[in-house]
Design a protein around this ligand. Structure first.
Ligand code: SF4
Length: 346
C-alpha cells in the first residue's frame, strides 16, 4: 500500500519529497495543506505544481476518516461524530462548543483494554490502537465541520481508549497539534486523560511536548477501585499519586484528578475525605463528574445537590474542586455509547 502522509511529521514528509528529488520546502507546504487546511487529497494543494500533485498521488496517499453520522444536543453545544476507519472499525469523537471555547474530545484506540465497569468503551475490549493519522484526522474533520472563522481551541484525549497505552501515536498526534505547519496549539491547550498508567506518566514527564495531565481516580480506596477498575493491582493508588506529583513538579503546573461520581458507590462523606487526603499533597485540581448512565443501568449518577455537597467535603483538602456537569447525556456522549448504539441499529 502507498504510504499515508497523514500522521507523518513535517520532517518525515520533507524526507519523503526529498526522496522524489524535490526541495524540502515542498514537504512543509504539503504538511500545511494536510494539517492546517485539512486538504483531503493532493488535488486541493493548489500551491504545488500540477506535475508534483500527480506524482504525489501516484506514490503516496492521504488517509481520511469517513463520517458515518453526527448527532447534536438540541442547543448544539455538544456534537458527537461517529467515524469509520479504513478497516471498517468505528470510533467516536465529541465536540463541546461553549461560548468562548471549542473543545474536541479525541479517541486514541478502537475500544479499550482497561475495562472500567462503568464505561461503554471498556465493554468493547481492545480492538486496536489508532494510528497518529487516525487521531489527528479526528481533529481535522471536526475543524472542517465548523463555520468559517470558528476554530477548535482545545483538544482532550478523553474519548475511546486509554491514551497512555498507545503513547507513541498519541505523542506524534500531539506533536502535529503543536506543529507550526498545523494548528500550532500550545501544549497547555491539550490534555491527556489517563486512568493512571504509571510508567507512561514518567515517560510523558520527559517528553519534548508535555500536555496537561488528568488522572481518573475512580475510587479512593484500593478495594473499591479494584472492583471498578480491573488493572488497579498493576497501578496502586500510592504509585499513581507519586507519579502525579512527579509530573506536576516536572511541568510546574497542577495536574487534574477526575472523579466520576457513582451513586452509593464512591460518593459518601468518607469517600470524599479519603479522596481529599489522597490528592491533597499534590498540586492539583479535582473535577468531580456526573456520571452518564449506560443502557445496562448497573451504575446510577448521584443527583447534582449531592455532588455539590461532595465538593464541599473535599474543599478543606483541595480548594480547586469543581463539578463537571454531564453534557450530552441525551446523545449518549459518554465514550463508546454512540458506537454501541450504532452497532445495535446498523
Ligand atoms: S474509562 Fe477510559 S480507561 Fe476506562 S475502559 Fe473507558 S476508555 Fe478505557
Amino acid at each position: 500500500m502507498k504510504p499515508d502522509l497523514k500522521g507523518m511529521t513535517t520532517a518525515e514528509i520533507e524526507q519523503f519529497v526529498k526522496g522524489m528529488g524535490e526541495h524540502a520546502y515542498r514537504g512543509r507546504q504539503i504538511a500545511q495543506w494536510i494539517y492546517a487546511h485539512g486538504a483531503p487529497d493532493f488535488e486541493r494543494m493548489s500551491s504545488l505544481p500540477k506535475a508534483l500533485r500527480e506524482r504525489c498521488s501516484r506514490e503516496a496517499r492521504i488517509g481520511n476518516l469517513e463520517t458515518l453520522t453526527t448527532i447534536a444536543t438540541p442547543t448544539g453545544d455538544v456534537r458527537k461524530f461517529l467515524f469509520r476507519l479504513e478497516d471498517r472499525e468505528t470510533i467516536e469523537t465529541v465536540l463541546l462548543a461553549l461560548e468562548h471555547s471549542r473543545t474536541v474530545c479525541l479517541s486514541s484506540q478502537v475500544g479499550c483494554a482497561v475495562g472500567c465497569l462503568f464505561c461503554a468503551t471498556g465493554a468493547i475490549g481492545l480492538k486496536r490502537n489508532l494510528t497518529a493519522g487516525e487521531i489527528i484526522d479526528q481533529f481535522i474533520k471536526v475543524q472542517a465541520s465548523l463555520k468559517p472563522g470558528d476554530r477548535i481551541t482545545n483538544a482532550v484525549f478523553m474519548g475511546m481508549g486509554e491514551p497512555l497505552l498507545n503513547p507513541a501515536n498519541v505523542m506524534t498526534a500531539i506533536s502535529l497539534l503543536t506543529s507550526k505547519e498545523g494548528p500550532a496549539f500550545s501544549p497547555r491547550r491539550i490534555t491527556i486523560s489517563t486512568c493512571g498508567i504509571v510508567p507512561a506518566i514518567y515517560t510523558l514527564a520527559a517528553a519534548p511536548v508535555r500536555p496537561e495531565l488528568a488522572i481518573s481516580i475512580i475510587a479512593p480506596d484500593e478495594a473499591k477501585r479494584g472492583e471498578l477498575f480491573p488493572q488497579a493491582r498493576l497501578y496502586p493508588l500510592d504509585k499513581v499519586i507519586e507519579a502525579a506529583r512527579f509530573y506536576a513538579r516536572a511541568v510546574k503546573r497542577p495536574v487534574s484528578f477526575e472523579y466520576v461520581l457513582l451513586k452509593g458507590i464512591n460518593d459518601s462523606h468518607s469517600d470524599a475525605r479519603r479522596l481529599g487526603e489522597l490528592v491533597g499533597k499534590v498540586p492539583c485540581k479535582i473535577n468531580a463528574i456526573l456520571y452518564n448512565r449506560l443502557p445496562d443501568k448497573r451504575f446510577q449518577p448521584c443527583d447534582e445537590n449531592h455532588a455539590l455537597q461532595f465538593l464541599e467535603w473535599i474543599r478543606p483538602f483541595c480548594r480547586m474542586a469543581t463539578l463537571r456537569r454531564s453534557k450530552g447525556g441525551e446523545i449518549s456522549a459518554a465514550c463508546g455509547q454512540l458506537r454501541a448504539g450504532y452497532a445495535r441499529t446498523d
